[in-house]
Design a protein around this ligand. Structure first.
Ligand SMILES: [Zn+2]
Length: 295
């Protein structure tokens, strides 16, 4: 898949001049509870639920990493891989789907994930084309609003969000473990990546942050699509950043400022040091905020 480095670039915040060398990637496993782990390699963070009923993965990074990911999972459980939940359609989260289907998993995602993966996608903002995916890579079970798994003595809620990163975003709430996997609707490595060409919207990130804050309790841990396992306080700080920048852009537009004038007023100001080094540079972010405001 030639578009791979660009998808990677899009989501991971790192630019690659050529195809990344997956052979050098090591999978790092972090234990959150006896039954829930996070795997980091290259691409989106993976959550792993293990227990008497088998294994559930949330997202599966890139196809070349599947053997390493499955080896890391095998160290946590000898039970079969039963389900993979995709938080959205981007290649750094669903790239291993075909291999995971081959390993016995049933892929589950919002219906828009299947729709986008089934057809050729062109992302104008990044001049990136992704071909339609083979059948074995596609979600077999789709839902429109939410779905729950009663598995491993746990209730796993998969809940669709209004358009934010894409139009097919879901977050996954492991109720007993008290952990939320947010997909790319929350990140600790940069500004939000608003994929407008996949139906995303900047303001959806703020609504989603409210959903995350309302889920679980004060001790709920959040696994972002990219970056470090976080607390509710981290999500609150993220939401404040999103709201502050959104309000500044809206104010400028209400005052009939052009996008260039808004950019010149530096609405990302105090957040540049913390978030400005990711994939989304300030100017590009402001374009997506501006466009998300509509007419
Ligand atoms: Zn993504």
């Amino acid at each position: 898949m030639r578009a791979l480095p660009l998808v990677l670039l899009l989501a991971s915040g790192t630019a690659f001049a050529q195809e990344p060398d997956f052979s050098k990637v090591e999978i790092k496993t972090t234990k959150l509870t006896d039954q829930l782990y996070v795997l980091e390699g290259m691409g989106g963070n993976i959550a792993v639920s293990v227990g008497e009923d088998g294994v559930i993965l949330v997202d599966d990074q890139f196809a070349p990493l599947s053997p390493k990911i499955l080896a890391a999972v095998a160290k946590l459980s000898k039970k079969p891989l039963r389900f993979v939940i995709n938080t959205h359609w981007h290649g750094d989260h669903v790239g291993g789907n075909e291999n995971m289907t081959g390993a016995g998993a049933v892929i589950v995602a919002h219906e828009n994930v299947r729709k986008r993966m089934s057809t050729k996608q062109f992302l104008k903002s990044w001049n990136m084309t992704t071909e339609a995916q083979p059948k074995a890579a596609l979600p077999v079970v789709t839902f429109t609003s939410d779905i729950a798994f009663h598995f491993n003595g746990e209730t796993v809620h998969v809940i669709h969000l209004d358009p934010a990163h894409t139009d097919g975003d879901s977050f996954v709430w492991f109720e007993k473990a008290n952990v939320v996997h947010t997909g790319d609707v929350f990140s600790t490595v940069g500004y939000p990546i608003v994929d407008l060409d996949s139906g995303g919207s900047y303001f959806g990130f703020i609504a989603a942050a409210d959903r995350f804050l309302a889920t679980g309790d004060a001790k709920t841990r959040l696994v972002p699509g990219h970056g470090a396992v976080s607390s509710k306080a981290d999500v609150q700080a993220w939401k404040t950043m999103l709201t502050t920048i959104g309000d500044r852009v809206k104010k400028g537009r209400d005052q009939k400022q052009s996008l260039d004038q808004i950019k010149a007023s530096k609405p990302t100001g105090e957040y540049e040091a913390r978030y400005g080094k990711g994939f989304m540079k300030s100017d590009r972010l402001l374009e997506t905020v501006y466009q998300s405001l509509g007419n």
